[in-house]
Design a protein around this ligand. Structure first.
Ligand code: ATP
Ligand code: MG
Length: 303
């Protein structure tokens, strides 16, 4: 909507996990290197965890691009709320196994011979499961058993599990002990720090055609980092709404007032937006007063 107004050739803050907008922060670079290394060196289980919106699915998209470029076969499951039967059916669809896909026995036999054939030709196969924190225990157990298939050169199926932090907690449970022991590589994503947030915003805007942007000032970017806690999806949502507001007001400069409006509309919670318990209870006019004397606002004004 606002692309032509600001001179963008594409939407800079699209919400989709698009690798062409990848910002190579140190942690994303490391996560991707781990995923690729784990697959190439046939490590077996690789786990990627992180808070909501930190870039896990984006990393998996990058891994898929890599696998495609290397002609490595993979199955990729996005909907992890599956029964065991559905899991095997989806796996066989993705790997294009020629068998009765409704029979777990047939799927396992066909999968095994496919993996053996590929392994003897020096090739590996990958199973990617996103949102793995939602997997049922019995599906996770089947995945663990698939991870046992190996020849003398290593695991025949590389398994990448990505999910929110609950996945880490789930793997700590006594019933997942065996699986936990088999995890060869782990990586975790968290929110960006303030420098990374600034670089992230600049990179996305440059990639969308606006190098050296002056729409969002460094002070405002600092405030966006603070309010989003550096979570990429929140940064995208804030910046997208901020650009839309500036466009609606026909200005090429975003302001702190616009940011206040955007984060209030998003119902975004961040430390300064939450009134301290004591004051809130003792002073019914508190929210209005905080709005007028917002500490975040005065920080920006001082800067
Ligand atoms: N390193 C990055 N470079 C560019 N964009 C990123 C990066 N990390 C995250 N994003 C952007 O942040 C948004 C959220 O990313 P993504 O969907 O990958 O997060 P997620 O961790 O899978 O979230 P969820 O926990 O909800 O599944 C997307 O718009 C994505 O493009
Ligand atoms: Mg995701």
């Amino acid at each position: 909507m606002y692309n032509a107004f600001f001179g963008f050739t594409a939407n800079p803050f699209n919400m989709s996990p698009d690798p062409s907008f990848l910002f190579r922060s140190a942690q994303h670079e490391e996560a991707l290197a781990n995923l690729i290394y784990g697959v190439q060196s046939r490590k077996g289980f690789i786990v990627l965890t992180g808070e909501v919106g930190t870039g896990k699915t984006t990393m998996l998209e990058c891994l898929r691009d890599f696998l495609n470029s290397q002609q490595i076969s993979f199955a990729s499951l996005f909907n992890s709320r599956l029964t065991v039967d559905q899991f095997f059916e989806m796996l066989s669809y993705d790997l294009d196994l020629r068998c009765n896909r409704l029979s777990k026995t047939e799927v396992l036999i066909t999968l095994n011979s496919m993996l053996l054939e590929r392994a003897s030709a020096g090739r590996t196969t990958v199973l990617i499961v996103d949102e793995a924190h939602n997997l049922d225990w019995d599906v996770l157990e089947e995945i663990r058993l698939l991870g046992n298939l190996e020849n003398r050169r290593g695991k025949m199926l590389q398994i990448v599990l990505a999910g929110q932090q609950e996945l880490d907690r789930k793997l700590e449970a006594p019933e997942f002990r065996q699986l936990k022991q088999r995890i060869a590589l782990r990586c975790a994503l968290k929110g960006f720090d303030r420098e990374e947030t600034a670089a992230y915003i600049q990179t996305r805007m440059a990639r969308a055609g606006l190098a050296n942007q002056a729409v969002i000032s460094p002070e405002l970017i600092e405030e966006i980092w603070f309010r989003s806690q550096g979570i990429p999806r929140l940064i995208n949502a804030i910046c997208d709404n901020l650009l839309l507001t500036a466009f609606a007001m026909e200005t090429r400069k975003a302001t702190i007032e616009m940011l206040d409006e955007v984060t209030a509309d998003m119902r975004l919670e961040y430390p300064a937006a939450r009134p301290p318990e004591r004051t809130f209870h003792s002073d019914p006019a508190y929210p209005e007063r905080v709005f007028r004397q917002s500490p975040t606002r005065s920080r920006v004004e001082r800067a």
